[in-house]
Design a protein around this ligand. Structure first.
Ligand code: PMP
Length: 357
């Protein structure tokens, strides 16, 4: 067989993103919505999809959906860009603001895709680790951007996987302290009920990332969007893939966005269940529960890897961070349906009882 020369050097040592999605009865590992879109929404989607021409390229900019999002956020079309999931827009960010000789400020532990994108684009990744309680080390971040060499920062609010939102007052301070582009990742903001949208007009360096994958039950469709000032959107337009949001996804997004009020009870249920799960977990001996503004609960316990296996053997898939840097001993459990949550808490309780003999 002929040989192939080595891939680009920045790929050496990079591990492909692995969501560790295994067959299970209760999927509590990927922060998805436990409820699929309801039958009525699905019926409207089916009808509209049947009318989509498949032989034509989609609208490259998904302008119908873009206009709906713009209007709902009190913005012009020029301030919105729709992408193939938030993931695509995060990669576009690294392409547009990163690159050789450029620097990204990361606040770990956080979503691992940010650092991977920096590596892929030969962007230097500067870490300002969170404090012991996972709060942002605000003074250290402000001091680091003051050096003037940071090109972009990502602040995740609420932060995945630790759970809490970033203080708005801190984001405001950060935006004022630097001309670096600050992306506030609001993938889970529907569960925290807090957004930095009001800061957009006064801060040209702010980008807000959102997704349809969580509150709107569309992880399978791949739709995300950014809100930013037009000059920033213009730069994203230069690097994006021309037809990344296919015609079917555009139609699904339009229907779901039109009918988004129907998702509100599901969001409320998740918020209520989050409190119930956290409270139940706090009664378990040896379990530390971290406060959460999102649709999961992060916890730590001794023997977390064994607990993960015990849960998985009983059909419950949660995310194992027990060997991840700064997250030693941690598991992340997405808030599921009340039944799934009961099964999760009950099974973890059984594990602890068995282990403690
Ligand atoms: N940001 C954060 C913090 C996330 O957790 C996720 C999903 N795992 C995303 C962005 C991207 O979501 P999606 O590509 O499904 O829109």
């Amino acid at each position: 067989m002929n040989r192939v020369r080595a891939a680009a050097p920045q790929l050496a040592g990079l591990v492909p993103y692995d969501p560790k999605y295994l067959p299970a009865e209760a999927y509590l590992s990927a922060n998805e919505n436990p409820r699929d879109v309801d039958a009525e929404v699905r019926a409207v989607i089916a009808k509209r999809i049947a009318e989509v021409p498949l032989n034509r390229y989609p609208d490259p900019l998904a302008n119908r959906l873009r206009d709906m999002i713009a209007e709902a956020n009190g913005l012009d079309r020029a301030c919105v860009l729709v992408g193939n999931g938030g993931d695509e827009l995060l990669f576009d960010l690294a392409l547009a603001w990163g690159g050789p000789g450029r620097s990204f400020l990361n606040l770990p532990p956080t979503f691992s895709v940010y650092e991977a994108n920096a590596r892929l684009t030969n962007t230097r990744c500067v870490n300002v680790p969170r404090r012991e309680d996972f709060s942002i080390d605000e003074e250290a971040v402000l001091a680091r951007v003051a050096a003037g060499d940071i090109d972009f920062v990502i602040v995740t609010s609420p932060n995945n996987p630790t759970g809490l939102r970033a203080p708005v007052a801190f984001i405001e301070q950060l935006l004022a302290a630097t001309d670096a582009l600050v992306l506030v990742d609001e993938a889970y903001f529907e569960f925290s009920r807090e957004t930095v949208r009001p800061l957009l007009e006064a801060n040209e360096n702010l980008v807000i990332l959102r997704t349809f994958s969580k509150a709107f039950s569309l992880a399978g469709v791949r739709l995300g969007y950014i809100l930013a000032n037009p000059a920033v959107i213009e730069e994203f337009l230069k690097v994006r893939q021309p037809y990344s949001v296919d015609a079917l996804s555009q139609v699904v997004g339009e229907v779901v966005f039109e009918m988004r009020a129907r998702f509100e009870p599901g969001i409320r249920e998740i918020i209520e269940e989050r409190a119930r799960v956290a409270e139940a977990l706090r009664t378990l001996p040896g379990v530390t529960v971290y406060p959460s503004d999102s649709n999961w609960v992060l916890l730590s316990l001794e023997g977390a890897d064994e607990a993960w296996q015990y849960l998985y053997d009983r059909g419950i898939l949660v995310r194992d961070f027990s060997r991840a840097p700064m997250l030693e001993g941690c598991l992340r459990a997405t808030v599921g349906t009340p039944e799934q949550n009961d099964a999760f808490v009950g099974t973890l309780r059984a594990f602890i009882i068995e282990r403690n003999g």
